[in-house]
Design a protein around this ligand. Sequence first.
Ligand SMILES: Nc1ncnc2c1ncn2[C@@H]1O[C@H](COP(=O)(O)OP(=O)(O)OP(=O)(O)O)[C@@H](O)[C@H]1O
Ligand SMILES: [Mg+2]
Length: 204
Amino acid sequence: MSGYSKGAEATISPAEYLGRPAVRKSRPSKSYRLPELDSRIRSVRTRNEVRMMREARRAGVRTPCVYDLDVSECSIVMEAVPGRTAKEVISEGGEEALRVAVEIGRATARLHSAGLCHGDLTTSNVIVRPDGEICLIDFSMGRSKATVEDIGVDLRLLENAFASSHAGMEDVGEAMMSAYFEGVRDPDAVRKKLGDIRNRGRYT
Ligand SMILES: Nc1ncnc2c1ncn2[C@@H]1O[C@H](COP(=O)(O)OP(=O)(O)OP(=O)(O)O)[C@@H](O)[C@H]1O
Ligand SMILES: [Mg+2]
């Protein structure tokens, strides 16, 4: 498995759970935050991530199985998903890049149709398993009961992620977007909202 990283907030480390390959995602405290605020942010994000992974799975989107949750430590032990990030796979181009892009569009449509938004949709937060299935990770900023605004912002993030991480591969981004609009529950409302959001970026 590649790409273990230390992001801005969380630390990912290899672990084992009842003999199964696992990863531990923990949120160490940040000294620059007031202690009470810090522990609240860490625990809210940790619990939110677990809840969102469960809700996403119910909406038909694969996410890692959670093996253990430690609320006081703000850490999650979850299934280690084998494979590579969609970012790596798409960067290699070809048929597989297009296939993965379409799968990302479909998965995002399923999330949004269930009223869920991911909060940090990028191709780094998608793992392509060796069997070809995709698995979404990093739901700590996600939310349920998403409004069309939340959904539009989520989709705009994804669109931008494709444009910046996969520059020069416009066909891949277009394949993702058309799969999305084919699958989402209210494509007209989302299309309109996305247009508004793109314009906002242009004039502010
Ligand atoms: N369950 C998992 N199985 C395999 N690899 C994982 C798993 N969870 C995370 N990773 C790897 O670790 C990287 C970072 O994980 P993640 O995206 O969850 O954290 P982050 O971006 O640092 O967190 P946050 O944005 O919540 O602060 C991922 O891009 C992926 O490569
Ligand atoms: Mg991430």
